[in-house]
Write a protein that binds this ligand. Structure first.
Ligand SMILES: O=C1O[C@H](COP(=O)(O)O)[C@@H](O)[C@H](O)[C@H]1O
Length: 237
């Protein structure tokens, strides 16, 4: 596992963008397509800036959600809603709305999760689990990643590719999330983390090696990258 510590948030965006560009280029050369999973939270603004600077054929991209909050798209908590506002509507990059594989609206979390797993099955190569080219992950100050929270039963989900959660400790409570078997089947998993409020958790994961959700991201035959700024990495040796 690589941890890259860079000067500040802007440098996190630069390093993340280079990784995305390289992975997209390799995937498009190999398969003619780039299947990427994105998270919400702070990552969205990283991408809104970073994706404008990369050289890639965006028409070959298919974008999935590592997790999604089950609220209407117009709600500020909707991850797709934020991508729509910051990336699609602004035309900051040439990505079209139909390149985003969105989560079904107006159904239960269980149905939304099942339906999203079926969409993944349709588009992502299986080997035997779906193998995303790149998953872009965030880490909350409690060590959660996707909508996989510390101490939650979903940490041990092995049957479902996409799981519903209706008791998320971080609002909103109703969400769907990729599970660890699918996350860890990806070719590349990358965390981008910035800010001193994340420093303690970065230490608990990388120095103390505590069993936290983000620690469990360990691709079985893929590559794992952590890109953190000096504030987030302040307690690393
Ligand atoms: O609730 C969520 O939080 C995590 C972390 O967000 P951040 O703002 O602390 O980076 C995010 O990765 C996840 O997609 C989201 O649903």
């Amino acid at each position: 596992m690589g941890v890259t510590v860079v000067e500040n948030k802007n440098e996190v965006i630069v390093a993340l963008s280079k990784l995305i560009e390289a992975t997209a280029t390799e995937s498009i050369e190999r398969n003619g397509l780039f299947n990427i999973g994105v998270s919400g939270g702070s990552l969205v603004s990283f991408l809104a800036t970073g994706l404008t600077k990369i050289s890639t054929d965006f028409s070959k991209w298919k974008i999935f959600f590592c997790d999604e909050r089950l609220v209407p798209v117009a709600d500020p908590d909707s991850t797709f809603g934020v991508y729509k506002k910051q990336l699609i509507d602004t035309e900051a990059v040439s990505l079209k709305e139909d390149q985003f594989v969105t989560v079904k609206q107006g159904v239960s979390a269980a149905e939304a999760a099942e339906e999203y797993a079926a969409k993944i099955k349709k588009y992502i190569p299986l080997s035997p689990l779906p193998r995303f080219d790149l998953l872009l992950l965030g880490m909350g100050p409690d060590g959660h990643t996707c909508s996989l929270f510390p101490g939650h039963a979903l940490l041990n989900e092995t049957a479902k590719w996409v799981a519903p959660i209706t008791d998320s400790p971080k609002p909103p409570p109703s969400r769907i999330t990729l599970t660890f078997p699918v996350i860890n089947a990806a070719r590349v998993c990358a965390f981008a983390v910035s800010g001193k409020e994340k420093a303690e958790m970065i230490k608990r994961i990388h120095v103390d090696k505590e069993d936290l959700p983000a620690t469990r991201v360990q691709p079985t035959s893929g590559n794992l990258q952590w890109i953190v700024d000096k504030d987030a990495g302040a307690l690393l040796n």
